[in-house]
Ligand binder design. Structure first.
Ligand code: UN1
Length: 498
């Protein structure tokens, strides 16, 4: 067991404790006796300081040429690549991910850095003909200002990178407020940003509790934009507050993602997809598969295949190389998942496998939950409509393709979706008719790539897309520029055409 790390805030290029000197701890969710890090319990005073630093830095950072800004992001990508293993090990301890998934999370950050570094030499605007003679019209991207980035614990490196790196290339300054469960991962990332050479005040990190630091950022008049990934409840508060205080806001919230398996599907392939989609990251992805919509003709066979494989999954600590299912992040999540199982049982659902806290031997000190498959689930049950964020998947039977799509869509969320079919016509129909930001054909609901748009419809988001080139529309404002080189006043909105 290694000694706990001491994490600090990073404001204006300096490492600082909270003004109040209060601290909190993060613990290994696989063994809650192990403190991974202590970190500042910051408050509005620390937020004020970070906002002031970011506002001053913004004045000059916005004037640095975008390719030069992007070079620092490229440098960060190199540093992340050099330190990948160390960071993945830390993540596995602090967040509980199996080590291969932790490496994948860091790799997503590296990919994001190299992808966004290239954007520094694009950031394209457009030229458009003017309706008047001797007049030129164009659009250019302008930074938004000071951005508050509020990030979750389930992708402690990838998600901060998704937000921070395009924000910086676009010329914004940032204040990162990472989840209180993964402060050491965030601190490691910001240490590498410091090493990459971002000028003081361009990158700031303020640790603490969401309801304190997050709220202070969201309310702060010096913040121009809030980018938030997390629960729908918190997202509703963030969205409403940004509306009231006139801030730009990008929200990525819950999902209730389904995988359809049609009667013509490759069942082995669909099985691999279902296992990975439902139980990868212990179901703690907003893209996780929490409903399996199975065609009547294959349901029995597919269910028995699924049960056999689920029974063999290895539960354990993230740093144990044979672990397939790591712990849930904390006791609150464990209680939440257990509570959903109570609800399911009360709704008359049959638990085919799992359904309990896993506490044998070493597991007793962690927040482990057995991978769980629920049968006899009907689309209206709470277990089929509410996000659980754990290793729990509900089986729903359908008789037709049309019913499968209708049930998949019958949720307030719309993030990811999947269909396994060999019928190309059904595949294209599904692509058209599924109400979700992401649809996988013959692939699981998880695994989005950094250079493609990421986000959802309905209550999952607020119309924005992160990642890909679409994230530029979050972190820049369009400016329309007219250049009149006629030398005379050309009056618009006067109809002198005959
Ligand atoms: C999330 O769970 O918030 O597509 C993001 C995926 C990952 C990102 C998940 N690349 O599953």
């Amino acid at each position: 067991m290694t000694a706990p790390q001491t994490c600090q805030n990073y404001i204006n290029g300096e490492w600082l404790q909270a003004k109040s000197a209060a601290t909190l701890e993060s613990r290994n969710p696989a063994d809650n006796r192990q403190i991974v890090a202590t970190f500042p319990r910051s408050d509005a005073v620390d937020v004020d300081k970070a906002v002031a630093a970011a506002r001053i830095a913004y004045k000059t950072w916005r004037l640095v040429p975008a390719p030069a800004r992007a070079e620092l992001v490229f440098r960060l990508g190199e540093l992340l690549r050099d330190r990948k293993e160390e960071l993945a090990q830390l993540m596995s301890q602090e967040m509980g991910k199996p080590i291969t998934e932790a490496r994948g999370d860091v790799q997503e950050g590296i990919d994001c850095a190299f992808y966004n570094a290239g954007e520094g030499r694009r950031l394209f605007g457009q030229t458009t003909p003017s309706e008047m003679p001797n007049k030129f019209a164009m659009t250019v991207r302008m930074p938004v200002g000071v951005c508050a980035l509020i990030t979750p614990w389930n992708f402690p490196i990838a998600i901060p990178c998704w937000k921070a790196l395009p924000a910086l290339v676009c010329g914004n300054t940032i204040i990162l407020k990472p989840a209180e469960d993964t402060p050491a991962c965030a601190t490691f990332l910001v240490q590498l940003m410091h090493e990459a050479g971002f000028p003081p005040g361009v990158v700031n990190l303020v640790h603490g509790i969401g309801a304190e630091v997050g709220a202070a950022l969201v309310e702060h008049p010096g913040i121009d934009l809030v980018s938030f990934t997390g629960s729908s409840e918190t997202g509703a508060y963030v969205g409403a507050t940004c509306g009231r205080t006139h801030k730009r806001v990008c929200l990525e919230m819950g999902g209730k993602n389904a995988q359809i398996v049609m009667d013509d599907a490759d069942l082995e392939l669909a099985l691999e997809g279902a296992l990975w989609g439902a139980f990868g990251t212990t179901g703690q992805r907003c893209t996780a598969t929490s409903r399996l919509i199975l065609h009547h003709d294959i349901k029995e066979k597919f269910t028995s295949m699924l049960l056999e494989r689920t029974a063999a999954l290895q539960i354990g600590a993230g740093n144990n190389p044979s672990t397939e299912i790591g712990p849930l992040i904390n006791s609150k999540q464990l209680q939440r998942v257990s509570h959903y199982l109570e609800i399911a049982r009360a709704e008359g659902v049959k638990v085919l496998i799992g359904g309990e806290i896993a506490k044998d031997g070493e597991l007793q000190h962690g927040y482990f939950f057995q991978p769980t498959i629920l049968n006899n689930v009907t689309p209206q049950m709470r277990i089929a409509t509410e996000e659980i964020f754990g290793p729990v998947v509900a089986l729903i039977e359908v008789d037709s393709f049309a019913d499968a799509i209708a049930i998949l869509n019958d949720t307030p969320y719309g993030l990811s979706s999947s269909i396994y079919t060999r019928d190309v016509n059904r595949a294209f129909q599904a692509m058209r008719d599924i109400e979700a930001g992401i649809t996988y054909i013959n692939g699981p609901t998880i695994g989005a790539e950094v250079h493609l748009p990421f986000g959802g419809v309905k209550q999952t988001g607020n119309g924005h897309r992160e990642a890909g080139t679409t994230v530029l529309d979050v972190f820049t404002e369009w400016k329309t520029v007219y250049v009149d080189f006629s030398g005379s006043l050309q009056r618009a909105q006067i109809d002198n055409r005959t």
